[in-house]
Design a binder for this molecule. Structure first.
Ligand SMILES: COC[C@@H]1[C@H](c2ccc(C#Cc3ccccc3)cc2)[C@@H]2CN(C(=O)Nc3ccc(OC4CC4)cc3)C[C@@H](O)[C@@H](O)CN12
Length: 293
């Protein structure tokens, strides 16, 4: 049966067999599917939601050095702030607005300290804090959210973020210049390290990781800080599965977070677990122009 037969009326003299509505289409209908990383991201998002965490708004890849570093009490001379570790943005180069009174408290905490801290006893430059960059961690978003929480009237919260972060690192088989960071933040009255370890244990249990060990570590914005390790039965070795700590008073107090409030936080990536779960050795198999499906 053709268009011409229908238009000319020739179809009238022909015999047609009944249309078989049950016949399969000619081509196997391949349905779409999520990229493995996006699949894992939604699984982790579900875990955080089940644990009562609220997702933070991470829809700003470009961040101010103020929120990415200074608000976190990360010193202006810290190597992580150098251009070989951080992507600075040329245009727009400068942050437009930061709450002036808060900026002054941050400047004071960096220079002479306060809240029991001696600070860094070094100069602090507003120009340095006003630089725009590609965020190096979603902890910058945690800082924004904790500041807003303090300003709007503190109440206990559980926040999480899962999104892209950017580091000007040397590329190799397991490192690209960007990765996805997951971060969990719990702010409540008098939380301690035991609560931090407990929530981390509960989180990792949901992805089948049970044997955890915590190793003292250092982050400029948390004290104490701990690296998190788990014994991987498949790989028969201890694998670092994340980092964690209690946000320092030098970060929280200038925001206006009350004295008796402490904030526990931890972070991990999406790519590392994805590579282990999908047994991928080169990260380019996971992301990049030729993704094997
Ligand atoms: C530049 O690299 C940073 C990234 C990334 C990372 C590290 C730290 C944080 C953080 C944090 C933090 C600390 C304190 C307060 C707030 C946030 C976030 C991501 C992973 C963190 N890591 C990491 O994801 N490892 C990991 C996680 C899960 C996992 O699942 C199992 C198989 C099923 C396996 C491995 C640890 C290492 O891979 C590390 O070498 C690489 N890290």
């Amino acid at each position: 049966l053709t268009k011409e037969m229908i238009e000319s009326g020739q179809w009238k003299g022909k015999n047609f067999k009944p249309f078989n509505f049950k016949s399969k289409g000619r081509l196997e209908q391949r349905s779409g599917h999520l990229h493995p990383l996006m699949q894992l991201r939604s699984e982790f998002r579900q875990i955080f939601l089940e644990m009562g965490f609220t997702e933070m708004p991470t829809n700003n890849f470009i961040e101010s050095a103020f929120w990415n570093f200074d608000a976190l009490f990360q010193p202006q001379k810290h190597p992580a702030r150098d251009a070989q570790d951080t992507f600075y943005v040329a245009d727009p180069a400068k942050t437009i607005t930061v709450p002036e009174d808060y900026l002054e408290r941050v400047k004071k905490t960096h220079t002479v300290g306060g809240y029991g801290s001696t600070g860094y006893q070094s100069d602090w430059s507003r120009d340095e804090a006003n630089k725009n960059l590609l965020r190096t961690h979603t902890t910058a978003v945690s800082a924004r959210m904790l500041y807003r929480l303090a300003q709007e009237g503190f109440k206990p919260v559980k926040y999480f973020s899962i999104d892209r972060v950017f580091r000007n690192e040397t590329l190799d088989a397991t490192h690209l210049a960007e990765f996805h960071q997951l971060e969990g933040v719990v702010a409540d009255y008098n939380l301690s390290v035991k609560n931090l370890m407990g929530v981390i244990k509960a989180f990792f249990e949901k992805i089948g990781i049970t044997k955890l060990r915590f190793k003292p570590a250092y982050n400029p914005y948390t004290e104490p800080s701990m690296e998190i390790f788990s014994f991987h039965e498949g790989l028969k070795k201890w694998v670092e599965v994340g980092n964690s700590g209690m946000f320092r008073p030098e970060m929280l107090r200038p925001m206006g977070i009350p004295e008796n409030i402490t904030v526990a936080a931890w972070g991990l990536s999406l790519e590392r677990p994805a590579m282990i779960m999908y047994e991928i050795n080169n990260i380019r198999e996971l992301v990049g122009p030729r993704v094997k499906m």
